[in-house]
Ligand binder design. Structure first.
Ligand code: AMP
Ligand code: GLY
Length: 427
C-alpha cells in the first residue's frame, strides 16, 4: 500500500462525520484531521472550517490551502454536485464516488433501472411524470403501496401508503417537491414486508469490503410508529442477518451490485450503502446510498478494529483487495437524541448539558450542535446527538447507551426508548 495520507479533510457536520473523525484520529499513523463545516463535538478534537458541505468551490479551495492529502466526504449532496470529480481533477485523492456514482443515490429511478437490468432482487416498480397515470396504476394494485420521489429529498421522499387515498395524496406531494424539479418523476413500487438491515460496503471498482451489519430505526416513534426520519437509532451487529443470510446477501446483492456498477462504466470508490428488506422470499434491495449511513456509521465504525484510515485509503488507492478487515466482537447501540418537533419543524438554540465525563464505553457523537461564543453548546439541528455505547452484549450496550442518555439534558429533548428492542425480545 502507498504511504497513508498525513492530512485528511472530513466534509460534513453530522454524527456520521463525528464518528469518521474519531476513527480517523485513532489511526496509528496519527494524521492531521480537519473538518468542514463540522459541529461542536467535532471541534473538540479537530479544527473546523466554516465551509458548507454543498460549497464545492469552497471545499476545493480549503483542501488546497490546507495542503490536504485525502478528502473523506460524508453527505450525499456534495457527491452529487461533483465534489470528488473536482478534487480528482486537481490530483487530490478523495473517498466518495464521483457524480456518476452518486447518481445511484440521487436518482431512485436510475437505481431501479440498474437493479432490473442486472436482475438484482428489488420490489417491482413503475415510473411516472403525470399524476393521473400514477393514480391509475396505484388503483390497480393492492395497498399498502410505496410512492417515492426520484431525486434527493433529505429523507422526505418516501411514503409507505397504507391506503389508496394516502398513496394518491403522496403522488401529488412528491411530484410537487421542489427537489424534484420542473419535470419531476416519481416511482410507485410494491410494498415489501420484513425486517430491514443496512449493509455498508467499502467499494473500489470491482473490489469491496463488507462492513458489519446494522439495523436502523427510521420511524420517529417507539414501536416503529409515526413518520420516517433520517434514522432514530441503530445497533450492530443486526443478528437477524444470520451467517447464512450474510452469505446470501453477498452473493445475491452485494457482489452483483458492485459488478453491475462497474459494468455500467462507473469507477465507484466510496461507500455503497445498501438498504435491504429481509422478506420471506429472501433479501431485496430497497435503495442504494452512496455514502456512509447516519446513524449506521455511529455503530459500525466503533466496531472496526482495523485502521479506518488505511481502509478508506486502500479503496481510493486501488489496493482494497489486499485489505483484511478486523471487527470487534462487541455490540454497539446508538440512540439518537432529537429536538422536539423533529422530523417536522423544531426549535434551535437550546443549551445542552452533558455529564462531566462520558461514561466508560460511551461516546456522545454530535450531530446538530454548535458552540456559542460564551462556550455553551446549543442545539442546531433536528437530530442533535447520537449516544453510542459498546458492550459485551446488545443488552449491555443498550443499557449503557440509555444510562448515558439520561445524563444529557436540553429543553424538549426526545429519543426513542426501544432501540434494539426487537432483537432483545428475540434473544
Ligand atoms: P428508501 O429511502 O428508499 O430506503 O426508503 C426509506 C424507507 O422507506 C425504507 O428504509 C423503508 O423503511 C421504507 N421503504 C422503502 N421502499 C419500501 C418498499 N418497497 N416496501 C416497504 N417499505 C419501503
Ligand atoms: N440512516 C439512513 C441513512 O443514512 O440514509
Amino acid at each position: 500500500m502507498t504511504a497513508l495520507p498525513r492530512s485528511v479533510l472530513v466534509v460534513g457536520s453530522g454524527g456520521r462525520e463525528h464518528a469518521l473523525v474519531r476513527s480517523l484520529l485513532a489511526s496509528p499513523s496519527a494524521p492531521r484531521v480537519i473538518a468542514a463545516p463540522g459541529n461542536a463535538g467535532i471541534a473538540e478534537s479537530v479544527a473546523c472550517h466554516p465551509v458548507a458541505a454543498d460549497d464545492v468551490s469552497g471545499l476545493v479551495n480549503l483542501a488546497r490551502r490546507e495542503r490536504i492529502e485525502f478528502v473523506v466526504v460524508g453527505p450525499e449532496v456534495p457527491l452529487a454536485l461533483g465534489l470528488v470529480d473536482r478534487l480528482l481533477e486537481l490530483g487530490i485523492p478523495a473517498y466518495g464516488p464521483k457524480a456518476d456514482g452518486a447518481r445511484l443515490e440521487a436518482s431512485k429511478i436510475y437505481t431501479k433501472e440498474i437493479l432490473q437490468k442486472y436482475r438484482i432482487p428489488t420490489a417491482p416498480a413503475a415510473f411516472f411524470r403525470i399524476a393521473a397515470d400514477a393514480i391509475a396504476y396505484i388503483r390497480a394494485r393492492p395497498a399498502p403501496i410505496v410512492v417515492k420521489a426520484d431525486g434527493l429529498a433529505a429523507g422526505k421522499g418516501v411514503v409507505v401508503a397504507q391506503s389508496h387515498a394516502e398513496a394518491e395524496a403522496a403522488v401529488h406531494t412528491l411530484l410537487a417537491l421542489p427537489s424534484n424539479g420542473a419535470d419531476g418523476k416519481i416511482l410507485v413500487e410494491d410494498c415489501l414486508t420484513g425486517e430491514e438491515t443496512s449493509i455498508l460496503v467499502v467499494v473500489s471498482g470491482r473490489d469491496y469490503v463488507m462492513l458489519p451489519s446494522s439495523q436502523d430505526h427510521k420511524r420517529i416513534g417507539d414501536g416503529d410508529t409515526g413518520p420516517n426520519t433520517g434514522g432514530m437509532g441503530t445497533y450492530s451487529p443486526a443478528e437477524v442477518v444470520t451467517p447464512a443470510l450474510w452469505h446470501r446477501i453477498e452473493a445475491e446483492i452485494v457482489r452483483p451490485s458492485v459488478e453491475a456498477i462497474a459494468s455500467e462504466g462507473i469507477h465507484f470508490c466510496g461507500t455503497l450503502f445498501i438498504g435491504i428488506m429481509l422478506t420471506a422470499d429472501g433479501p431485496s434491495v430497497l435503495e442504494y446510498n452512496t455514502r456512509f449511513g447516519d446513524p449506521e456509521t455511529q455503530v459500525v465504525l466503533p466496531r472496526i478494529e482495523s485502521d479506518v484510515l488505511a481502509l478508506l485509503w486502500a479503496a481510493s488507492s486501488g489496493t482494497l483487495s489486499q485489505f483484511r478487515l478486523l471487527v470487534r466482537p462487541e455490540s454497539a447501540v446508538c440512540v439518537v437524541i432529537a429536538a422536539k418537533g423533529y422530523p417536522g419543524s423544531y426549535a434551535k438554540g437550546d443549551v445542552i448539558t452533558f455529564p462531566a465525563k462520558p461514561p466508560p464505553g460511551v461516546t456522545f457523537f454530535h450531530a446538530g450542535t454548535t458552540r456559542k461564543p460564551d462556550g455553551s453548546i446549543v442545539t442546531a439541528g433536528g437530530r442533535v446527538l447520537g449516544v453510542t455505547a459498546l458492550g459485551a452484549t446488545l443488552k449491555s450496550a443498550a443499557d449503557a447507551a440509555y444510562r448515558a442518555c439520561s445524563e444529557v439534558n436540553f429543553n424538549g429533548m426526545y429519543f426513542r426508548r426501544d432501540i434494539g428492542a426487537r432483537q432483545l425480545r428475540r434473544s
